[in-house]
Each structure stands twice: as C-alpha cells, then as structure tokens.
Write a protein that binds this ligand. Structure first.
Ligand SMILES: [Zn+2]
Length: 276
C-alpha cells in the first residue's frame, strides 16, 4: 500500500486549542503524543503553555424531548395509582428524579400526596404504625425512618433516630444540641420544674468516683422554649402549670418509648396488595 515516507519526526496538526505537534513514525503513521508528567518537556516541543495541552472542549449533551422515558408522559391518575404500590424508599428516590415526580410527592398540603405516603408507610413499614408526631408530615415521618445520614452535619450511614427530638443524627451532633439534666439549672439558670413536660433521652455514663449512672439529656432548644412559656405564666398559676406539664410529660414519654420499641423491632415487610 502506498504509505508515504515522511522524513520529519513531527508533523503539525491543527486542533481546537491551537497547533499541536504529533509524533510520527518513520512510515508516516501519526501517533498521539504520550502524556508526560513533565509539562516543561511538551511545552518546549510545542512552544505552547502546558495548560492548553490538557484543555478539551466539554461534550455537551443535547436535551432531546422526544427521547424522554414513557413513564413521564403517563396521565397523572395512572401514575398516582402506580405510586400507591411503591415502598417509601422508592417514593423518596422518585421525589428526587424530576420536577414532575416531585410535584406529586413533595407538597405537604396535598391530600393525595399525604395518602400516597400514608398508604406506603402502613403497607411497608412495620415500625411506623403510630401516626406521625405532632407537626410532622407523612413524608417527613417516612424520611426520618427510611433515609440514612445525619440530618445536622450530613455524615453518611447514620441510622439512629432520636424520637424524643424527632431527629436522626450522629452522637457528635447529639452532644452539641442537647444538655444534661444536672447542668440545666447550674449553667442555664432554668428551674427543674420547666423540664416536666419535655421529652428526654436516657444515657448510661460512667465516672471513676460514681461508677455507672444514668443521665437524662434534653434538647437545648426545647428547654429554652419551655422556659419562655414558663415565664409567661403568672406566679400564682405556675403550680397548676407544673401539674399540667407533668401529665403531658408522661404522655409524651409514653409515645417516645413506644416509637423506640417499634424501632428496635424494625424490619421491612413487603405486603403485596394483590394475590399473584
Ligand atoms: Zn452529625
């Protein structure tokens, strides 16, 4: 075959970044220049800056609306019916896929969205049989239990949910956002009766002198809020307020303990709505 002999060892080749010299063999076959760890060597050959050699135009993928997945063009009624059969993990993933799916799964004030999440929770999550805690939507409730990672610092693979504080977090973040019971009065100047209505987490500690002992930890935010409420109560009515808080505290902790027990028996169980 007619391979032309090119006497020179380097030929010019135009590129988008400028003129680049390409090394050729004696038979004239153009070879790509080897990547050198010494940019100064290449720059001396090409009389070009080493940065320009590595620059390449990024490939821009064009959006083709005709190639979208058929499920996106499903009628809303049909798609919502499909969502009723999905487990909470799938719903969470779908809510992050595109705006259209997010529109079905994210609104907190939509009765359809609430029903989708509630049906999914009751069908697939045995540990979430109780209704969502006060002030929490169905989606947030499922997300708290199913998702992973610290909700405060973002540390991955954190699963522990502190139902007393309605948060899933690592131990470091828990330390930062809570305070031990015996420190509240001394450090914050808040009387202990303020804590009567608040949920808490019990922790076992060990000290050299005391040995093993149990402390209660409270959320700093909840303590501050309760103190504000306490200060608004007139002095004469504070005794009644404390009684009410005591009853409330017992109910709150009963609910928290129930959720913790359910969590410890946590296991996924798939219930097929149709008998195949
Ligand atoms: Zn954290």
């Amino acid at each position: 075959m007619g391979i032309k002999f090119i006497p020179s060892t380097y030929t010019k080749a135009s590129s988008s970044t400028g003129i680049v010299l390409k090394k050729t063999s004696k038979k004239g076959i153009v070879r790509r220049p080897k990547k050198s760890s010494h940019p100064t060597m290449e720059s001396t050959l090409t009389n070009d800056s080493p940065k320009k050699l590595t620059q390449r135009k990024p490939r821009i993928k064009k959006w083709r609306s005709s190639k979208q997945h058929p499920i996106v063009s499903f009628p809303p009624e049909l798609f919502i019916n499909i969502l009723y059969f999905c487990d909470p993990q799938t719903l969470l993933s779908l809510s992050k896929v595109c705006r259209q799916f997010a529109m079905y799964l994210n609104p907190s004030d939509s009765s359809i969205t609430t029903k989708i999440w509630r049906d999914s929770r009751k069908g697939f999550l045995n540990n979430l049989k109780l209704e969502p805690p006060e002030g929490m939507t169905e989606k947030e409730y499922c997300q708290l239990s199913v998702a992973r990672g610290c909700m405060v610092c973002g540390q991955p693979r954190i699963r522990k949910v502190y139902w007393a504080f309605k948060v899933r977090c690592c131990t470091t973040c828990l330390e930062k956002m809570t305070i031990r019971d015996y420190r509240i009065e001394s450090e914050m100047g808040i009387p202990s009766c303020v804590l009567l209505g608040l949920p808490y987490v019990q922790q076992q500690k060990w000290a050299k002198r005391r040995g093993s002992f149990i402390v209660r930890i409270y959320s700093v935010k909840q303590v501050k809020d309760a103190h504000k409420e306490y200060k608004k109560v007139p002095a004469k009515e504070r005794k009644d307020w404390c009684q009410r808080m005591k009853i409330r505290g017992i109910e709150v902790m009963k609910e928290v303990n129930q959720r913790m027990n359910d969590d410890s028996n946590k296991r996924m169980k798939c219930i097929y709505p149709l008998d195949y």
